[in-house]
Ligand binder design. Structure first.
Ligand SMILES: Cc1ncc(COP(=O)(O)O)c(C=O)c1O
Length: 457
């Protein structure tokens, strides 16, 4: 890695608050003088031993001035900054990479989801099935349309929505399923599409963390009616902010375009000549310089995705032997992941009762930054506020707005436990070399062997 890509710890943390995962990642960047393992005493660093990892982890986002800047500077100097050719080029490139007929770039992933749901005629009085193990934006998008989120429990082995529990949550009001390919691992789209067809439901995929992930060599985001992506700064395609909708449905995409541009006519979505605004749209246009940054980031995505997959597979095979460490399992047919995050479950019972927080501190002391991930989304106070809101009172029966009843109907016990056990590694770690994955495995092994001593610290 070049000097320019190295950050001080404070700078990294300041610049990389992961809005997408709701956590800040502290990457260990202490300059390396010794190869950590050479001086390895076997004593955990948190107990005064030599830390395993003294080298730096790849920083994020990456930017290569030589390769990336010419196009961005050209845009800046042109003065054409509002949506024009560069955004169209970005859309065409992303559609081709995903294998979708159309792509619309928008301001962020949240608004990609809102647009796709709204233009699928999802709104007040409808129910939308969602997983609780996701970023809040998934649920916010449903609420913004006026629809009611219905939570289906998580399969803790895959971290994805439990497809065996979807049908029991379908009611006459259910209009859509919003599966999330969370952490960049694909949800079981084949089963989800079968259920959706059987019950005549719309499927909008939240692929905001799953760029280039595949099931049977087909990219996620192309199974449902539409797929939505995020290009926020922590993401594997970092633009600062940005989002996209992909779909093969031309009429739907014309409406999405119109909606993202004040409801003006577009494609098949036309009125009489000079009829002006056709629908109550909004403004969600990406800028030209964002698209230029995005095109630069896309140059390295394929290679980075391959590397993340190779390193993740290796790391998984190394840590699965450690008692109490349960790495992710993949849903059927997955041929590639995005690995926005590398997840495993941590069972403290197998670590002499060492809490997850203590485990994370011990890992950090070894030079391995990790985080605990999401808290249960189905249990947060916002739903009380929503159910009491003016709009919801106009759209739903008092029974549907009963908070205690809503909470009861949306219990997700497996997800609750997962939220207490999950540990994530942030994707730039997977862009290091294979030998660096050994540092992670060695650190976990070391903590495992000394868990009782660390616990008594
Ligand atoms: C699963 C998921 N859905 C939706 C979003 C929203 O994307 P954005 O932050 O671009 O609005 C994110 C981003 O963090 C996400 O991780």
């Amino acid at each position: 890695m070049s000097e320019k890509n190295n950050y001080s710890r404070r700078k990294f943390v300041k610049q990389n608050t992961i809005a997408g995962v709701g956590a800040a990642v502290a990457m260990s960047v202490t300059p390396s003088v010794f190869a950590g393992c050479a001086a390895d005493t076997g004593i955990p660093a948190i107990l005064g031993g030599t830390k395993i990892r003294t080298g730096e982890w790849p920083s994020w986002p990456l930017w290569d001035p030589a390769a990336d800047e010419e196009q961005v500077i050209r845009v800046l100097r042109s003065g054409v900054w509002s949506r024009a050719e560069m955004v169209t080029r970005f859309e065409e490139t992303w559609a081709e990479l995903i294998g979708s007929r159309r792509c619309l770039a928008v301001v962020n992933g949240t608004n990609a989801l809102i647009t796709a749901l709204a233009q699928s005629d999802i709104g007040g009085g409808d129910e939308v099935i969602v997983p609780p193990y996701t970023f809040i934006a998934t649920v916010i998008a449903v609420l913004q349309t006026g629809a009611m989120p219905v939570f289906v429990d998580t399969d803790p082995e895959t971290f994805q929505i439990d497809v065996n529990k979807i049908e029991e949550k379908i009611t006459p009001r259910t209009r859509a399923i919003l599966p999330v390919h969370i952490l960049g691992l694909p949800a079981d789209m084949k089963r989800i599409m079968t259920i959706a067809r059987k019950h005549n439901l719309v499927v909008i995929e939240d692929a905001c963390q799953a760029w280039l992930a595949e099931i049977d060599r087909r990219k996620v985001g192309t199974f449902g009616k539409a797929g939505c992506f995020s290009f926020q700064n922590s993401k594997n395609i970092p633009i600062g902010e940005g989002g996209a909708i992909v779909s093969d449905d031309d009429e739907f995409m014309d409406r999405c375009y119109s909606y993202h541009n004040y409801g003006n006519p577009y494609g098949s979505h036309v009125g009489t000549i000079s009829s002006g605004t056709l629908i109550a749209g909004t403004k969600q246009r990406l800028t030209e310089y964002q698209a230029a940054i995005g095109l630069a980031q896309l140059q390295r995505l394929e290679e980075q995705t391959e590397k993340r997959n190779r390193n993740a597979a290796y790391l998984r095979s190394e840590i699965r032997r450690i008692p109490g460490i349960l790495p992710y399992k993949l849903t059927p047919g997955v041929t590639r992941c995005a690995f926005h995050l590398f997840p495993f479950r941590y069972r403290k019972e197998e670590f002499s009762g060492l809490s997850r927080e203590q485990f994370l501190k011990a890992l950090d002391a070894e030079g391995i930054p990790a985080m605990s991930g999401y808290t249960p989304l189905n249990k947060m106070p916002y739903m009380k506020n929503v159910l009491e809101s003016k709009n919801f009172r106009l759209m739903y029966t008092p029974e549907m707005l009963d908070y205690d009843k809503y909470m009861d109907n949306n219990q997700c016990p497996e997800n609750d436990r997962l939220c207490e056990e999950a540990v994530w590694l942030f994707h730039p770690l997977l862009l290091a070399e294979k030998k660096d994955m050994d540092d992670i495995a060695d650190a976990i092994w070391r903590i495992s062997r000394n868990a009782d001593k660390i616990k008594n610290l």
